[in-house]
Design a protein around this ligand. Structure first.
Ligand code: HEM
Length: 246
């Protein structure tokens, strides 16, 4: 009989924590880049069209391959699902646990405790709204562009979904990155207290920046969508942008 005590440490929680951080980092960087690319519409239809055909590989292959968007969407969806699965273990498991947490949050009035709650709520919202959006871009990868995207917003009534998704994702990514920095000690420097205050300011700045950018982008897509409503379904074409690759 083996009488030796089992000194093995269970590494699963640490591994899951690492997976959550790594997938979260990737998704936050992706979403910030996504918002910047999406905002090309602020520079006009031509700019957004060039961005679209760039992602369809036109400037590399001389042909448009919307299927590339499907692959990218598939990859992001996989990371998104893994992140959500791993994060689910942090959800309050019962109504009783939730009540206890709420009382705790009220009595502590500590922003880092409240932001944890925001992460849970926004994560839950994104799980539904983000999945709808990802499925649409993956199944209709050719329907991205200045007119196609604007028609989707207005004629296909996607703007309310985008609005709620934007609020959820910008808060979740901003708060998530701040928490990652604290957790892994990134940018801690010599004075941890001072850098924490700075990081918090940066967090608010980044959230304000991407929220404004996203709202302006949605408003611009909607303006184009209303103007184009009578011709919904027609696609934008630009000989000039396509000549750029020749
Ligand atoms: C590879 C994956 C993705 C692709 C190709 C993609 C593409 C797009 C496109 C083309 C639009 C413009 C509107 C339209 O055409 O419907 C858009 C808007 C938007 N997407 Fe995504 N998206 C992806 C993933 C995500 C994810 C994972 C989220 C958040 C969970 C997200 C959040 C948003 C939001 C909030 C908007 C509204 C526009 C804005 O505020 O800039 N997207 N996306």
């Amino acid at each position: 009989m083996n009488t030796k005590p089992n000194h093995k440490i269970n590494k699963t929680p640490a591994r899951l924590d690492f997976i959550q951080s790594a997938t979260g980092l990737l998704l936050a960087l992706f979403i910030w880049a996504h918002m910047l690319f999406e905002s090309s519409i602020l520079f006009g239809k031509e700019a957004m069209y060039m961005m679209t055909i760039f992602f369809e590989g036109y400037y590399f292959f001389g042909e448009k391959y919307p299927i590339l968007i499907t692959f990218l969407g598939g990859f992001i969806s996989t990371v998104f699902i893994i992140h959500a699965l791993v994060a689910m273990r942090k959800f309050p498991a019962s109504y009783r646990q939730y009540r206890i947490f709420k009382t705790h949050m009220k009595s502590m009035k500590h922003t880092d405790t409240s932001t944890w709650f925001i992460q849970i709520v926004t994560g839950f919202v994104m799980f539904f709204l983000g999945s709808v959006h990802l499925y649409i871009v993956m199944s209709q990868p050719g329907d991205v562009g200045p007119y196609a995207s604007s028609d989707r917003m207005v004629t296909e009534w996607m703007w309310p979904l985008y609005l709620f998704l934007l609020i959820a994702v910008v808060l979740h990514a901003g708060i998530g990155m701040y928490r990652l920095c604290l957790k892994w000690g990134w940018f801690e420097g010599k004075n941890a207290k001072k850098s924490r205050i700075l990081l918090k300011k940066l967090q608010y700045g980044i959230i304000a920046f991407f929220m404004t950018l996203g709202l302006l982008s949605i408003a611009t897509y909607m303006k184009i969508g209303f103007e184009h409503q009578a011709h919904a379904g027609e696609r934008y074409h630009s000989v000039k942008a396509e000549q750029g690759a020749k």
